[in-house]
Design a protein around this ligand. Structure first.
Ligand code: BES
Ligand code: ZN
Length: 615
Protein backbone atom coordinates (compact mmCIF):
# COMPACT_ATOMS: atom_id res chain seq x y z
CA UNK A 1 0.00 0.00 0.00
CA UNK A 2 1.42 3.40 -0.92
CA UNK A 3 1.64 6.09 1.69
CA UNK A 4 -1.10 8.69 2.05
CA UNK A 5 0.24 12.07 3.21
CA UNK A 6 -3.23 13.02 4.43
CA UNK A 7 -3.95 10.03 6.68
CA UNK A 8 -2.52 8.65 9.93
CA UNK A 9 -4.03 5.26 9.19
CA UNK A 10 -2.24 4.56 5.87
CA UNK A 11 -0.04 2.87 4.95
CA UNK A 12 -1.31 0.33 7.42
CA UNK A 13 -0.84 -3.30 8.26
CA UNK A 14 -4.58 -3.81 7.99
CA UNK A 15 -7.51 -2.82 5.80
CA UNK A 16 -11.16 -2.09 6.62
CA UNK A 17 -13.60 -4.36 4.74
CA UNK A 18 -16.94 -3.30 6.19
CA UNK A 19 -18.34 -0.60 8.41
CA UNK A 20 -21.44 -0.99 10.56
CA UNK A 21 -22.84 2.29 11.86
CA UNK A 22 -25.46 2.87 14.49
CA UNK A 23 -26.01 6.62 14.81
CA UNK A 24 -28.19 8.95 16.83
CA UNK A 25 -28.64 12.46 15.41
CA UNK A 26 -29.11 15.07 18.16
CA UNK A 27 -30.30 18.44 16.77
CA UNK A 28 -30.33 20.05 20.23
CA UNK A 29 -26.65 19.42 20.91
CA UNK A 30 -25.49 19.38 17.26
CA UNK A 31 -23.92 16.01 17.90
CA UNK A 32 -24.03 12.60 16.23
CA UNK A 33 -23.39 9.87 18.77
CA UNK A 34 -23.21 6.15 18.32
CA UNK A 35 -21.12 3.19 17.40
CA UNK A 36 -18.89 2.45 14.43
CA UNK A 37 -17.92 -1.21 14.04
CA UNK A 38 -15.11 -1.77 11.52
CA UNK A 39 -14.41 -5.23 10.13
CA UNK A 40 -10.66 -5.11 9.68
CA UNK A 41 -8.43 -7.63 7.89
CA UNK A 42 -4.83 -8.06 9.05
CA UNK A 43 -2.29 -7.84 6.23
CA UNK A 44 0.56 -9.21 8.38
CA UNK A 45 1.15 -11.83 11.07
CA UNK A 46 1.43 -10.76 14.73
CA UNK A 47 -1.02 -7.96 14.10
CA UNK A 48 -2.26 -6.40 17.35
CA UNK A 49 -2.45 -2.65 16.97
CA UNK A 50 -4.08 -0.25 14.50
CA UNK A 51 -4.37 3.50 13.97
CA UNK A 52 -7.57 5.18 12.83
CA UNK A 53 -8.13 8.76 11.68
CA UNK A 54 -10.30 11.01 13.84
CA UNK A 55 -10.92 14.72 14.06
CA UNK A 56 -12.58 16.37 17.06
CA UNK A 57 -14.24 13.05 18.02
CA UNK A 58 -14.89 12.10 21.63
CA UNK A 59 -14.10 8.36 21.80
CA UNK A 60 -15.78 6.77 24.80
CA UNK A 61 -14.76 3.13 24.48
CA UNK A 62 -13.30 0.63 22.03
CA UNK A 63 -13.80 -3.12 21.82
CA UNK A 64 -12.35 -5.87 19.65
CA UNK A 65 -14.59 -8.88 18.97
CA UNK A 66 -16.57 -7.74 22.02
CA UNK A 67 -13.56 -7.60 24.37
CA UNK A 68 -12.45 -4.23 25.79
CA UNK A 69 -9.48 -2.78 23.88
CA UNK A 70 -7.18 -0.03 25.11
CA UNK A 71 -6.77 3.12 23.08
CA UNK A 72 -4.85 6.35 23.13
CA UNK A 73 -4.59 9.42 20.92
CA UNK A 74 -1.59 11.17 19.34
CA UNK A 75 -1.10 14.92 18.98
CA UNK A 76 -3.66 16.84 16.91
CA UNK A 77 -2.47 17.86 13.44
CA UNK A 78 -3.88 21.00 11.78
CA UNK A 79 -5.78 19.19 9.01
CA UNK A 80 -5.08 15.49 9.51
CA UNK A 81 -6.79 15.52 12.90
CA UNK A 82 -5.90 13.15 15.71
CA UNK A 83 -4.62 9.57 15.33
CA UNK A 84 -6.55 7.04 17.42
CA UNK A 85 -4.18 4.22 18.37
CA UNK A 86 -5.93 1.01 19.37
CA UNK A 87 -4.24 -1.98 21.00
CA UNK A 88 -6.08 -5.27 20.57
CA UNK A 89 -6.22 -7.70 23.49
CA UNK A 90 -4.96 -10.46 21.12
CA UNK A 91 -2.91 -11.01 17.96
CA UNK A 92 -4.17 -11.75 14.47
CA UNK A 93 -2.44 -13.67 11.71
CA UNK A 94 -2.37 -12.38 8.18
CA UNK A 95 -5.80 -12.72 6.54
CA UNK A 96 -7.72 -12.91 9.84
CA UNK A 97 -10.52 -10.47 10.61
CA UNK A 98 -11.45 -8.55 13.75
CA UNK A 99 -14.44 -6.34 14.50
CA UNK A 100 -13.22 -3.15 16.13
CA UNK A 101 -16.10 -1.16 17.60
CA UNK A 102 -15.79 2.42 18.84
CA UNK A 103 -18.47 4.17 20.88
CA UNK A 104 -18.08 7.90 20.30
CA UNK A 105 -19.64 11.25 19.57
CA UNK A 106 -18.90 14.06 17.14
CA UNK A 107 -18.12 17.67 18.02
CA UNK A 108 -20.64 20.45 17.18
CA UNK A 109 -17.85 21.89 15.01
CA UNK A 110 -17.25 18.67 13.00
CA UNK A 111 -15.80 19.86 9.70
CA UNK A 112 -17.85 17.36 7.67
CA UNK A 113 -21.16 18.67 8.96
CA UNK A 114 -23.34 21.71 8.69
CA UNK A 115 -26.23 21.98 11.14
CA UNK A 116 -28.93 24.40 9.95
CA UNK A 117 -31.62 25.87 12.15
CA UNK A 118 -35.22 25.79 10.94
CA UNK A 119 -34.87 29.48 10.06
CA UNK A 120 -32.02 28.62 7.66
CA UNK A 121 -34.14 26.16 5.65
CA UNK A 122 -36.67 26.76 2.87
CA UNK A 123 -39.55 25.31 4.89
CA UNK A 124 -38.61 27.22 8.08
CA UNK A 125 -40.18 24.52 10.29
CA UNK A 126 -37.55 21.82 10.78
CA UNK A 127 -33.78 21.85 11.26
CA UNK A 128 -31.47 20.28 8.68
CA UNK A 129 -28.15 18.44 8.71
CA UNK A 130 -25.86 17.58 5.82
CA UNK A 131 -22.38 16.13 5.45
CA UNK A 132 -19.54 16.71 2.97
CA UNK A 133 -16.72 14.24 3.56
CA UNK A 134 -14.46 14.70 0.53
CA UNK A 135 -11.55 15.11 0.82
CA UNK A 136 -10.58 14.32 4.43
CA UNK A 137 -13.57 15.16 6.62
CA UNK A 138 -15.11 11.71 7.14
CA UNK A 139 -12.81 11.35 10.16
CA UNK A 140 -14.78 14.16 11.86
CA UNK A 141 -17.92 11.97 11.87
CA UNK A 142 -16.54 8.41 11.96
CA UNK A 143 -13.28 6.99 13.35
CA UNK A 144 -11.98 5.19 10.24
CA UNK A 145 -9.16 4.61 7.78
CA UNK A 146 -9.93 7.91 6.09
CA UNK A 147 -7.89 7.36 2.94
CA UNK A 148 -9.13 6.82 -0.64
CA UNK A 149 -6.73 3.85 -0.80
CA UNK A 150 -9.06 1.81 1.45
CA UNK A 151 -12.46 0.52 0.23
CA UNK A 152 -15.24 -1.07 2.21
CA UNK A 153 -18.99 -1.71 2.19
CA UNK A 154 -21.25 -0.21 4.86
CA UNK A 155 -24.53 -0.67 6.70
CA UNK A 156 -26.09 2.10 8.76
CA UNK A 157 -28.99 2.61 11.15
CA UNK A 158 -29.74 6.26 11.85
CA UNK A 159 -32.14 7.48 14.53
CA UNK A 160 -33.68 10.92 13.90
CA UNK A 161 -36.69 12.91 15.26
CA UNK A 162 -39.84 11.45 13.75
CA UNK A 163 -40.80 14.42 11.54
CA UNK A 164 -37.49 14.18 9.71
CA UNK A 165 -36.16 11.91 6.98
CA UNK A 166 -32.61 10.56 6.77
CA UNK A 167 -30.89 9.61 3.49
CA UNK A 168 -27.39 8.29 2.88
CA UNK A 169 -25.02 7.41 0.02
CA UNK A 170 -26.47 3.90 -0.14
CA UNK A 171 -29.63 1.96 -0.98
CA UNK A 172 -32.50 2.50 1.45
CA UNK A 173 -33.27 -0.57 3.55
CA UNK A 174 -36.45 0.35 5.45
CA UNK A 175 -37.38 2.29 8.54
CA UNK A 176 -39.11 1.73 11.88
CA UNK A 177 -40.07 3.59 15.04
CA UNK A 178 -36.96 3.80 17.24
CA UNK A 179 -37.40 0.94 19.75
CA UNK A 180 -35.62 3.10 22.34
CA UNK A 181 -37.63 6.30 21.82
CA UNK A 182 -41.14 6.50 20.31
CA UNK A 183 -40.54 10.12 19.26
CA UNK A 184 -37.85 9.00 16.83
CA UNK A 185 -37.51 6.93 13.64
CA UNK A 186 -34.62 4.67 12.63
CA UNK A 187 -33.69 4.67 8.92
CA UNK A 188 -31.55 1.81 7.55
CA UNK A 189 -29.14 1.83 4.59
CA UNK A 190 -26.89 -0.66 2.85
CA UNK A 191 -23.99 -0.06 0.51
CA UNK A 192 -22.87 -3.36 -0.96
CA UNK A 193 -20.27 -1.96 -3.35
CA UNK A 194 -16.88 -1.38 -1.67
CA UNK A 195 -16.10 2.35 -1.60
CA UNK A 196 -13.72 4.80 0.09
CA UNK A 197 -14.71 6.65 3.30
CA UNK A 198 -14.96 10.04 1.55
CA UNK A 199 -18.12 8.79 -0.18
CA UNK A 200 -20.02 8.24 3.06
CA UNK A 201 -22.73 10.88 3.23
CA UNK A 202 -25.79 11.69 5.30
CA UNK A 203 -28.60 14.21 5.18
CA UNK A 204 -31.40 14.66 7.71
CA UNK A 205 -34.22 17.11 7.09
CA UNK A 206 -37.85 17.61 6.08
CA UNK A 207 -37.21 15.81 2.79
CA UNK A 208 -39.59 14.81 0.06
CA UNK A 209 -38.90 12.92 -3.15
CA UNK A 210 -40.29 12.42 -6.64
CA UNK A 211 -39.57 9.74 -9.20
CA UNK A 212 -37.70 11.02 -12.28
CA UNK A 213 -36.69 7.74 -13.89
CA UNK A 214 -36.71 3.94 -13.52
CA UNK A 215 -33.78 4.04 -11.06
CA UNK A 216 -33.90 7.69 -10.02
CA UNK A 217 -35.67 10.05 -7.65
CA UNK A 218 -35.00 13.66 -6.72
CA UNK A 219 -34.92 14.59 -3.03
CA UNK A 220 -35.17 18.02 -1.44
CA UNK A 221 -37.31 20.11 0.81
CA UNK A 222 -40.85 20.31 -0.59
CA UNK A 223 -40.23 23.88 -1.84
CA UNK A 224 -37.69 22.71 -4.49
CA UNK A 225 -38.83 19.23 -5.40
CA UNK A 226 -40.92 20.02 -8.49
CA UNK A 227 -38.40 22.45 -9.89
CA UNK A 228 -35.65 19.86 -9.30
CA UNK A 229 -37.67 17.09 -10.98
CA UNK A 230 -37.95 19.28 -14.09
CA UNK A 231 -34.33 20.46 -14.04
CA UNK A 232 -32.91 16.93 -13.76
CA UNK A 233 -35.37 15.14 -16.04
CA UNK A 234 -32.52 14.12 -18.41
CA UNK A 235 -30.97 11.91 -15.70
CA UNK A 236 -31.96 8.52 -17.15
CA UNK A 237 -30.85 9.54 -20.67
CA UNK A 238 -27.51 10.60 -19.21
CA UNK A 239 -27.15 7.33 -17.26
CA UNK A 240 -27.75 5.39 -20.47
CA UNK A 241 -25.24 7.50 -22.38
CA UNK A 242 -22.72 6.93 -19.58
CA UNK A 243 -23.32 3.16 -19.59
CA UNK A 244 -22.66 3.09 -23.35
CA UNK A 245 -19.40 4.93 -22.80
CA UNK A 246 -18.12 3.36 -19.57
CA UNK A 247 -19.91 0.03 -18.93
CA UNK A 248 -22.75 -1.08 -16.63
CA UNK A 249 -23.87 1.11 -13.71
CA UNK A 250 -23.22 -1.07 -10.65
CA UNK A 251 -24.68 1.04 -7.83
CA UNK A 252 -28.39 0.17 -8.33
CA UNK A 253 -30.12 3.44 -7.56
CA UNK A 254 -29.09 6.88 -8.88
CA UNK A 255 -30.89 9.65 -6.96
CA UNK A 256 -30.17 13.38 -6.81
CA UNK A 257 -30.55 15.39 -3.61
CA UNK A 258 -30.84 19.18 -3.83
CA UNK A 259 -29.29 20.71 -0.73
CA UNK A 260 -29.80 24.06 0.97
CA UNK A 261 -27.93 27.01 -0.64
CA UNK A 262 -24.91 26.78 1.68
CA UNK A 263 -23.81 23.45 0.17
CA UNK A 264 -20.17 24.25 -0.75
CA UNK A 265 -19.91 22.44 -4.12
CA UNK A 266 -21.84 22.30 -7.37
CA UNK A 267 -22.24 18.58 -6.99
CA UNK A 268 -20.84 15.69 -5.00
CA UNK A 269 -20.81 12.15 -6.35
CA UNK A 270 -22.06 10.35 -3.22
CA UNK A 271 -22.91 6.79 -4.38
CA UNK A 272 -26.59 6.16 -5.12
CA UNK A 273 -27.31 9.78 -4.14
CA UNK A 274 -25.59 12.70 -5.89
CA UNK A 275 -25.65 15.89 -3.83
CA UNK A 276 -26.40 19.06 -5.82
CA UNK A 277 -26.42 22.77 -5.08
CA UNK A 278 -29.75 24.56 -5.62
CA UNK A 279 -27.81 27.02 -7.84
CA UNK A 280 -28.25 24.40 -10.60
CA UNK A 281 -31.99 25.13 -10.69
CA UNK A 282 -31.80 27.52 -13.64
CA UNK A 283 -35.26 26.56 -14.90
CA UNK A 284 -34.01 25.52 -18.35
CA UNK A 285 -31.78 22.44 -17.65
CA UNK A 286 -28.79 24.45 -18.90
CA UNK A 287 -26.59 23.56 -15.90
CA UNK A 288 -27.28 19.81 -16.10
CA UNK A 289 -23.67 19.11 -17.10
CA UNK A 290 -22.99 18.98 -13.34
CA UNK A 291 -25.33 15.97 -13.15
CA UNK A 292 -23.55 14.41 -16.16
CA UNK A 293 -20.32 15.01 -14.24
CA UNK A 294 -21.53 13.38 -11.00
CA UNK A 295 -23.06 10.47 -12.96
CA UNK A 296 -19.65 9.96 -14.60
CA UNK A 297 -18.00 9.67 -11.19
CA UNK A 298 -19.98 6.43 -10.75
CA UNK A 299 -17.16 4.95 -12.87
CA UNK A 300 -14.20 7.31 -12.53
CA UNK A 301 -13.83 8.11 -8.84
CA UNK A 302 -16.29 5.75 -7.21
CA UNK A 303 -15.37 2.50 -9.03
CA UNK A 304 -11.80 3.45 -9.97
CA UNK A 305 -10.53 5.73 -7.21
CA UNK A 306 -7.44 7.89 -6.83
CA UNK A 307 -5.09 6.16 -4.36
CA UNK A 308 -4.25 9.44 -2.61
CA UNK A 309 -5.34 13.06 -3.18
CA UNK A 310 -2.07 13.61 -5.07
CA UNK A 311 -3.67 11.54 -7.86
CA UNK A 312 -6.96 13.49 -7.70
CA UNK A 313 -6.70 14.25 -11.43
CA UNK A 314 -7.42 10.55 -12.12
CA UNK A 315 -10.85 11.12 -10.52
CA UNK A 316 -11.63 14.56 -11.90
CA UNK A 317 -9.82 14.61 -15.27
CA UNK A 318 -11.44 11.35 -16.43
CA UNK A 319 -14.79 12.49 -15.04
CA UNK A 320 -14.68 15.76 -16.98
CA UNK A 321 -13.70 13.70 -20.05
CA UNK A 322 -16.77 11.45 -19.59
CA UNK A 323 -19.02 14.42 -18.73
CA UNK A 324 -18.08 16.07 -22.05
CA UNK A 325 -18.55 12.78 -23.92
CA UNK A 326 -22.09 12.65 -22.49
CA UNK A 327 -22.52 16.23 -23.78
CA UNK A 328 -21.31 14.98 -27.17
CA UNK A 329 -23.92 12.18 -27.19
CA UNK A 330 -26.76 14.41 -26.04
CA UNK A 331 -25.94 17.59 -28.00
CA UNK A 332 -23.06 17.48 -30.47
CA UNK A 333 -19.30 17.23 -31.01
CA UNK A 334 -19.26 21.00 -31.53
CA UNK A 335 -20.79 21.44 -28.09
CA UNK A 336 -18.08 19.23 -26.57
CA UNK A 337 -15.40 21.33 -28.26
CA UNK A 338 -17.05 24.52 -27.03
CA UNK A 339 -17.13 23.26 -23.42
CA UNK A 340 -13.52 22.09 -23.70
CA UNK A 341 -12.49 25.58 -24.77
CA UNK A 342 -14.29 27.04 -21.73
CA UNK A 343 -12.42 24.55 -19.57
CA UNK A 344 -9.06 25.71 -20.95
CA UNK A 345 -9.99 29.23 -19.80
CA UNK A 346 -10.89 27.95 -16.32
CA UNK A 347 -7.45 26.32 -16.21
CA UNK A 348 -5.83 29.60 -17.24
CA UNK A 349 -7.72 31.39 -14.43
CA UNK A 350 -6.55 28.85 -11.82
CA UNK A 351 -2.96 29.10 -13.02
CA UNK A 352 -3.22 32.90 -12.79
CA UNK A 353 -4.70 32.78 -9.26
CA UNK A 354 -2.15 30.25 -7.92
CA UNK A 355 0.78 31.68 -9.92
CA UNK A 356 2.40 29.94 -12.91
CA UNK A 357 5.29 28.66 -10.77
CA UNK A 358 3.13 27.34 -7.96
CA UNK A 359 3.74 23.57 -7.54
CA UNK A 360 0.02 23.18 -6.71
CA UNK A 361 -0.61 23.78 -10.44
CA UNK A 362 1.17 20.49 -11.22
CA UNK A 363 -1.18 17.83 -12.53
CA UNK A 364 0.33 15.54 -9.89
CA UNK A 365 1.30 17.79 -6.97
CA UNK A 366 3.07 16.77 -3.79
CA UNK A 367 0.61 17.14 -0.91
CA UNK A 368 3.08 16.53 1.91
CA UNK A 369 1.82 18.89 4.67
CA UNK A 370 -0.75 20.44 2.28
CA UNK A 371 -4.44 20.52 3.22
CA UNK A 372 -6.33 19.11 0.19
CA UNK A 373 -9.00 21.82 0.64
CA UNK A 374 -6.30 24.47 0.14
CA UNK A 375 -4.97 22.69 -2.98
CA UNK A 376 -8.41 22.49 -4.63
CA UNK A 377 -8.66 24.23 -8.03
CA UNK A 378 -9.60 23.64 -11.67
CA UNK A 379 -6.13 22.24 -12.37
CA UNK A 380 -6.84 18.52 -11.80
CA UNK A 381 -10.08 18.93 -13.76
CA UNK A 382 -8.88 20.92 -16.75
CA UNK A 383 -5.20 20.01 -17.01
CA UNK A 384 -6.41 16.44 -16.60
CA UNK A 385 -9.00 16.88 -19.33
CA UNK A 386 -6.49 18.64 -21.62
CA UNK A 387 -4.05 15.72 -21.25
CA UNK A 388 -6.76 13.17 -22.04
CA UNK A 389 -7.95 15.22 -25.02
CA UNK A 390 -4.37 15.54 -26.27
CA UNK A 391 -3.96 11.77 -26.01
CA UNK A 392 -7.32 11.29 -27.75
CA UNK A 393 -6.01 13.29 -30.73
CA UNK A 394 -2.71 11.40 -30.79
CA UNK A 395 -4.33 7.97 -30.51
CA UNK A 396 -6.96 8.47 -33.24
CA UNK A 397 -10.01 10.37 -31.96
CA UNK A 398 -12.88 10.00 -29.48
CA UNK A 399 -14.09 6.56 -30.65
CA UNK A 400 -10.61 5.10 -30.20
CA UNK A 401 -9.81 6.82 -26.93
CA UNK A 402 -13.11 5.99 -25.21
CA UNK A 403 -12.13 2.35 -25.79
CA UNK A 404 -9.12 2.94 -23.58
CA UNK A 405 -11.15 4.74 -20.90
CA UNK A 406 -13.68 1.89 -20.78
CA UNK A 407 -10.95 -0.70 -20.60
CA UNK A 408 -9.09 1.26 -17.86
CA UNK A 409 -12.33 1.30 -15.85
CA UNK A 410 -12.81 -2.47 -16.26
CA UNK A 411 -9.17 -3.11 -15.39
CA UNK A 412 -9.13 -1.08 -12.17
CA UNK A 413 -12.79 -1.30 -11.02
CA UNK A 414 -13.19 -1.69 -7.22
CA UNK A 415 -9.59 -0.57 -6.74
CA UNK A 416 -7.58 2.58 -6.00
CA UNK A 417 -4.90 3.62 -8.49
CA UNK A 418 -1.87 5.87 -8.90
CA UNK A 419 -0.86 7.92 -11.93
CA UNK A 420 1.93 5.42 -12.64
CA UNK A 421 -0.52 2.52 -12.81
CA UNK A 422 -2.74 4.57 -15.14
CA UNK A 423 0.20 5.44 -17.40
CA UNK A 424 1.48 1.85 -17.51
CA UNK A 425 -1.97 0.71 -18.54
CA UNK A 426 -2.13 3.40 -21.25
CA UNK A 427 1.14 2.08 -22.71
CA UNK A 428 -0.15 -1.50 -22.51
CA UNK A 429 -3.48 -0.69 -24.17
CA UNK A 430 -1.85 1.32 -26.98
CA UNK A 431 1.10 -1.06 -27.37
CA UNK A 432 1.14 -0.49 -31.14
CA UNK A 433 1.48 3.28 -30.70
CA UNK A 434 4.18 3.39 -28.04
CA UNK A 435 6.43 5.47 -30.29
CA UNK A 436 3.78 8.22 -30.37
CA UNK A 437 3.23 8.00 -26.59
CA UNK A 438 6.97 8.28 -26.03
CA UNK A 439 6.93 11.68 -27.76
CA UNK A 440 4.58 13.10 -25.09
CA UNK A 441 6.42 15.36 -22.65
CA UNK A 442 5.16 13.48 -19.58
CA UNK A 443 7.29 15.41 -17.15
CA UNK A 444 5.93 18.74 -18.39
CA UNK A 445 2.33 17.53 -18.26
CA UNK A 446 2.52 15.93 -14.82
CA UNK A 447 5.25 17.44 -12.71
CA UNK A 448 5.73 20.99 -14.03
CA UNK A 449 3.67 23.97 -12.85
CA UNK A 450 1.74 26.33 -15.13
CA UNK A 451 -0.12 25.76 -18.38
CA UNK A 452 0.34 22.44 -20.25
CA UNK A 453 3.10 22.05 -22.86
CA UNK A 454 0.56 21.66 -25.69
CA UNK A 455 -2.49 23.83 -26.36
CA UNK A 456 -5.26 21.84 -28.05
CA UNK A 457 -7.01 23.44 -31.05
CA UNK A 458 -10.73 23.27 -30.44
CA UNK A 459 -13.48 23.86 -33.00
CA UNK A 460 -14.70 27.45 -32.55
CA UNK A 461 -18.11 27.26 -34.29
CA UNK A 462 -20.13 27.91 -31.11
CA UNK A 463 -17.54 30.24 -29.60
CA UNK A 464 -17.17 32.55 -32.61
CA UNK A 465 -20.19 34.69 -31.73
CA UNK A 466 -18.95 35.05 -28.12
CA UNK A 467 -15.44 35.96 -29.25
CA UNK A 468 -16.70 38.52 -31.77
CA UNK A 469 -19.02 40.23 -29.28
CA UNK A 470 -16.41 40.33 -26.52
CA UNK A 471 -13.85 41.83 -28.95
CA UNK A 472 -16.36 44.46 -29.97
CA UNK A 473 -16.80 45.52 -26.33
CA UNK A 474 -13.08 45.48 -25.64
CA UNK A 475 -12.31 47.67 -28.66
CA UNK A 476 -15.27 50.03 -28.23
CA UNK A 477 -14.66 53.71 -27.51
CA UNK A 478 -17.29 55.71 -25.61
CA UNK A 479 -18.66 56.92 -28.99
CA UNK A 480 -19.14 53.29 -30.09
CA UNK A 481 -21.35 52.44 -27.10
CA UNK A 482 -24.53 53.50 -28.91
CA UNK A 483 -23.96 50.76 -31.48
CA UNK A 484 -24.73 48.02 -28.93
CA UNK A 485 -28.27 46.83 -28.45
CA UNK A 486 -30.45 44.12 -27.00
CA UNK A 487 -30.31 42.04 -30.16
CA UNK A 488 -26.54 41.38 -29.74
CA UNK A 489 -27.33 38.65 -27.20
CA UNK A 490 -30.78 37.55 -28.48
CA UNK A 491 -29.43 34.57 -30.37
CA UNK A 492 -26.82 33.55 -27.79
CA UNK A 493 -27.58 30.49 -25.65
CA UNK A 494 -26.96 30.71 -21.91
CA UNK A 495 -23.77 28.67 -22.49
CA UNK A 496 -22.60 31.31 -24.95
CA UNK A 497 -23.48 34.16 -22.59
CA UNK A 498 -21.32 32.46 -19.94
CA UNK A 499 -18.49 32.18 -22.46
CA UNK A 500 -18.87 35.83 -23.53
CA UNK A 501 -18.57 36.99 -19.89
CA UNK A 502 -15.65 34.61 -19.23
CA UNK A 503 -13.80 36.14 -22.17
CA UNK A 504 -14.30 39.63 -20.77
CA UNK A 505 -13.10 38.48 -17.33
CA UNK A 506 -9.84 37.34 -18.89
CA UNK A 507 -9.08 40.86 -20.14
CA UNK A 508 -8.17 44.05 -18.29
CA UNK A 509 -11.19 45.67 -16.65
CA UNK A 510 -13.51 47.46 -19.10
CA UNK A 511 -14.19 51.17 -18.48
CA UNK A 512 -17.09 51.73 -16.08
CA UNK A 513 -19.08 53.44 -18.86
CA UNK A 514 -18.95 50.17 -20.80
CA UNK A 515 -20.43 47.92 -18.11
CA UNK A 516 -23.11 50.52 -17.39
CA UNK A 517 -24.04 50.49 -21.06
CA UNK A 518 -23.98 46.70 -21.06
CA UNK A 519 -26.53 46.70 -18.24
CA UNK A 520 -28.66 49.19 -20.17
CA UNK A 521 -28.77 47.06 -23.32
CA UNK A 522 -28.59 43.47 -21.97
CA UNK A 523 -30.10 43.93 -18.45
CA UNK A 524 -27.85 41.24 -17.00
CA UNK A 525 -28.85 42.30 -13.47
CA UNK A 526 -32.15 40.55 -14.15
CA UNK A 527 -30.58 37.20 -15.11
CA UNK A 528 -30.93 34.59 -12.36
CA UNK A 529 -28.87 31.80 -13.97
CA UNK A 530 -26.16 31.46 -11.30
CA UNK A 531 -23.24 30.92 -13.71
CA UNK A 532 -24.17 34.06 -15.67
CA UNK A 533 -24.95 36.18 -12.61
CA UNK A 534 -21.68 35.18 -10.91
CA UNK A 535 -19.56 36.27 -13.90
CA UNK A 536 -21.57 39.42 -14.51
CA UNK A 537 -21.26 40.60 -10.89
CA UNK A 538 -17.51 39.84 -10.88
CA UNK A 539 -17.15 41.87 -14.05
CA UNK A 540 -19.08 44.81 -12.57
CA UNK A 541 -17.00 44.84 -9.38
CA UNK A 542 -13.79 44.40 -11.38
CA UNK A 543 -14.79 47.51 -13.38
CA UNK A 544 -15.28 49.41 -10.10
CA UNK A 545 -19.04 49.76 -10.35
CA UNK A 546 -19.95 50.61 -6.76
CA UNK A 547 -23.63 49.73 -7.08
CA UNK A 548 -22.69 46.16 -7.92
CA UNK A 549 -20.87 45.61 -4.61
CA UNK A 550 -24.00 44.97 -2.51
CA UNK A 551 -25.31 42.62 -5.21
CA UNK A 552 -22.02 40.72 -5.31
CA UNK A 553 -21.93 40.38 -1.51
CA UNK A 554 -25.58 39.31 -1.55
CA UNK A 555 -24.83 36.51 -4.01
CA UNK A 556 -21.70 35.57 -2.01
CA UNK A 557 -23.77 35.08 1.14
CA UNK A 558 -27.24 33.95 0.07
CA UNK A 559 -25.68 30.84 -1.46
CA UNK A 560 -22.41 29.23 -0.39
CA UNK A 561 -21.10 27.33 -3.42
CA UNK A 562 -17.36 27.97 -3.10
CA UNK A 563 -16.93 28.34 -6.87
CA UNK A 564 -19.07 31.51 -6.58
CA UNK A 565 -18.67 32.66 -3.00
CA UNK A 566 -14.85 32.72 -2.85
CA UNK A 567 -14.21 34.70 -6.08
CA UNK A 568 -17.07 37.13 -5.29
CA UNK A 569 -15.64 37.90 -1.84
CA UNK A 570 -12.12 38.16 -3.32
CA UNK A 571 -13.31 40.49 -6.07
CA UNK A 572 -14.92 42.90 -3.58
CA UNK A 573 -11.87 42.62 -1.29
CA UNK A 574 -9.66 43.70 -4.20
CA UNK A 575 -11.83 46.80 -4.75
CA UNK A 576 -9.81 48.89 -2.25
CA UNK A 577 -12.65 51.11 -1.23
CA UNK A 578 -14.75 48.08 -0.21
CA UNK A 579 -12.07 45.87 1.35
CA UNK A 580 -13.38 46.50 4.89
CA UNK A 581 -16.94 45.98 3.70
CA UNK A 582 -16.03 42.52 2.32
CA UNK A 583 -14.46 41.58 5.67
CA UNK A 584 -17.40 43.02 7.64
CA UNK A 585 -20.00 41.12 5.62
CA UNK A 586 -17.96 37.92 5.91
CA UNK A 587 -17.66 38.25 9.70
CA UNK A 588 -21.37 38.98 9.99
CA UNK A 589 -22.22 35.76 8.09
CA UNK A 590 -19.40 33.51 9.25
CA UNK A 591 -21.41 31.67 11.93
CA UNK A 592 -24.10 30.79 9.41
CA UNK A 593 -21.64 29.54 6.82
CA UNK A 594 -20.42 26.02 6.12
CA UNK A 595 -17.29 25.38 8.22
CA UNK A 596 -15.03 24.63 5.23
CA UNK A 597 -16.27 27.63 3.22
CA UNK A 598 -15.88 29.92 6.25
CA UNK A 599 -12.30 28.67 6.77
CA UNK A 600 -11.28 29.21 3.15
CA UNK A 601 -12.94 32.62 2.78
CA UNK A 602 -11.21 33.68 6.03
CA UNK A 603 -7.87 32.73 4.44
CA UNK A 604 -8.77 34.50 1.17
CA UNK A 605 -9.66 37.70 3.05
CA UNK A 606 -6.69 37.34 5.41
CA UNK A 607 -8.98 37.24 8.44
CA UNK A 608 -7.25 35.21 11.14
CA UNK A 609 -9.12 32.54 13.05
CA UNK A 610 -9.16 34.55 16.27
CA UNK A 611 -10.87 37.55 14.65
CA UNK A 612 -14.44 36.97 15.76
CA UNK A 613 -15.71 40.52 16.14
CA UNK A 614 -16.88 42.65 13.24
CA UNK A 615 -14.80 45.66 12.34
N1 BES B 1 -16.04 15.57 -6.19
C1 BES B 1 -16.24 16.90 -6.65
C2 BES B 1 -16.46 17.89 -5.55
C3 BES B 1 -15.35 17.93 -4.50
C4 BES B 1 -14.02 17.89 -4.89
C5 BES B 1 -15.66 18.03 -3.18
C6 BES B 1 -13.03 17.92 -3.92
C7 BES B 1 -14.67 18.07 -2.23
C8 BES B 1 -13.34 18.01 -2.59
C9 BES B 1 -17.41 16.97 -7.64
O1 BES B 1 -17.53 15.86 -8.46
C10 BES B 1 -17.15 18.12 -8.56
O2 BES B 1 -16.16 18.10 -9.22
N2 BES B 1 -18.06 19.09 -8.62
C11 BES B 1 -17.96 20.21 -9.53
C12 BES B 1 -18.77 19.92 -10.76
C13 BES B 1 -18.25 20.50 -12.05
C14 BES B 1 -16.81 20.17 -12.33
C15 BES B 1 -19.11 20.06 -13.21
C16 BES B 1 -18.46 21.43 -8.78
O3 BES B 1 -18.72 21.33 -7.57
O4 BES B 1 -18.56 22.49 -9.35
ZN1 ZN C 1 -15.93 15.79 -9.89
Amino acid sequence: MSSDPCSFSCPARCVTKHLNLSLHVDFDRHVISGKAALTVEALEDHFSSLTLDTRDLKVISVSANGQAASFTTGPKHSFKGTPLIITLPFHLSRGQHVIVEATYETSPSATALQWLTAAQTAGKKQPYLFSQCQANHCRSIIPCQDSPSVKHTYYAQVSVPKDLVAVMSAVRDGQEVDPEDGRRVVFRFRQTVPMPSYLIAIVVGALESREIGPRSRVWSEREFVDKAAYEFSETEAMLQAAEDLAGPYVWGQYDVLVLPPSFPYGGMENPCLTFATPTLLAGDKSLSNVIAHEISHSWTGNLVTNKTWEHFWLNEGHTVYLERMIGRCMVSEQFRQFKAMGGWKDLQDSVNTFGANNPLTNLVPSLEEVDPDDAFSSVPYEKGFALLYHLEELMGGPEVFIGFVKSYIQMFAYRSVTTDEWKNYLFTYFKDKVDVLNKVDWNAWMFTPGMPPVKPQYDTTLADACIALSRKWIKATDQDLSSFNESDVKTLSSHQLIEFLSLLLQEDALPLTHVKRMQEVYDLNAVMNSEIRFRWLRLCVRCRWEEAVPMALKMATEQGRMKFTRPLFREVYNFDKFRDEAVRVFLAHRDQMHPVTAGLVAKDLKVDASNTTSL
